[in-house]
Design a protein around this ligand. Structure first.
Ligand SMILES: *[C@@H]1O[C@H](CO)[C@@H](O)[C@H](O)[C@H]1NC(C)=O
Ligand SMILES: *[C@@H]1O[C@H](CO)[C@@H](O)[C@H](O)[C@H]1NC(C)=O
Ligand SMILES: *[C@@H]1O[C@H](CO)[C@@H](O)[C@H](O)[C@H]1NC(C)=O
Length: 296
């Protein structure tokens, strides 16, 4: 063995001596020898963006920096949590495909639960970029188990891990700091009190998640107070009915005034106005002021 190793070393030495002078290293863009298994991986792919910071449940943070792979048919898929998803054609072809299926960006959340990790801005695919949703499911060991492409250039990966087996392991609320939890509480209260619409609620919650770094931020800032004002202006049915009633009362008052002063006026009434006038007449009647509105 020693002899063999020595020979090998000598051979390597001679080889490098012999070639070093003549060899010229050419830096090439990533088209040549893309998936040559003898080439170091990782130098060949050019990410478009940097990954977002690590976020979400603290017990998942130590997955950062690790990678998990799955070989399916001709491809090896690699998932590096909080970093990227890549795809490598398992082939010795000179131009075997290797690509980025997404770079870590944000969580998907529904109903106070983390439901997926979105890796976006991968390699160009027609007019869009490849992207991948990674779903975390409970199992006794951490491994990538499934890959599919539900729509063109949108991939879905299933990552099994014991880290999500506890029923509370994927809850969103406990991962927030006190300030953001308080903000969330206020948003819930505002919805409960009917002060904001469902859309207003979703927008406010989105802001909380953006502040927490769970969603990629493209801020449309709005405070609870602002949403309440907006909701009040346009969306409160009660407010609308009140305004409608006020206007009808004003119409009735003016009609009464005209009638009292014997000033003729356009008596064509819309059904709505008639209805309102009748309702008002009933009100007035109750207050003992009869007769006036029946003349209208
Ligand atoms: C993917 O993430 C891994 C792990 O953090 C990293 O070593 C590798 O360079 C990344 N690859 C690309 C193409 O970004
Ligand atoms: C939301 O989560 C709660 C508790 O985690 C569950 O009881 C409820 O059914 C869920 N609602 C929806 C719409 O998924
Ligand atoms: C997972 O855990 C179950 C129950 O403890 C055990 O029966 C099974 O063999 C384990 N599977 C693996 C792959 O370790």
């Amino acid at each position: 063995l020693m002899i063999f190793l020595t020979n090998l070393l000598q051979l390597t030495y001679i080889f490098s001596l012999g070639l070093a002078g003549k060899m010229k290293i050419v830096e090439e863009p990533n088209t040549f020898g893309l998936n040559n298994p003898f080439m170091a991986q990782g130098n060949r792919l050019q990410p478009k963006v940097s990954p977002a910071p690590v976020s979400g449940p603290a017990h998942l943070h130590h997955l950062a920096g690790k990678c998990f792979s799955l070989i399916e048919s001709m491809y090896k898929y690699e998932f590096c949590p909080f970093h990227n998803v890549t795809q490598h054609e398992q082939s010795f072809r000179w131009n075997a495909y290797s690509g980025i299926l997404g770079i870590w960006q944000e969580w998907e959340m529904t109903n106070n639960t983390f439901t997926g990790m979105w890796m976006r801005d991968g390699d160009t695919c027609g007019t869009r970029n490849r992207e991948t949703k990674v779903v975390l499911v409970c199992s006794n060991s951490s491994k990538l188990v499934q890959v599919s492409e539900p729509s063109t250039c949108v991939y879905s990966l299933t990552f099994e891990t014991p880290l999500v087996c506890h029923p509370h392991s994927l809850l969103v609320y406990p991962t927030l700091n006190e300030k953001l939890q308080k903000e969330w509480d206020e948003v819930e209260q505002a919805r409960y009190d009917g002060l904001i619409t469902e859309q207003g609620y979703n927008n406010l919650l989105k802001d909380v998640f953006e502040d927490a770094g769970l969603l990629k931020s493209n801020k449309v800032m709005e405070t609870v107070a602002e949403a309440e004002t907006r909701s009040e202006k346009h969306n409160s049915l009660q407010k609308c009915e009140e305004d409608y009633q006020k206007q009808n009362e004003e119409i009735a008052r003016l009609r009464a005034l005209l009638t009292l002063n014997n000033i003729p006026f356009e008596s064509q009434q819309s059904t709505l106005e008639k209805g309102a006038a009748t309702a008002l007449a009933t009100d007035q009647h109750l207050r003992g002021d009869t007769g006036l509105f029946h003349q209208l």
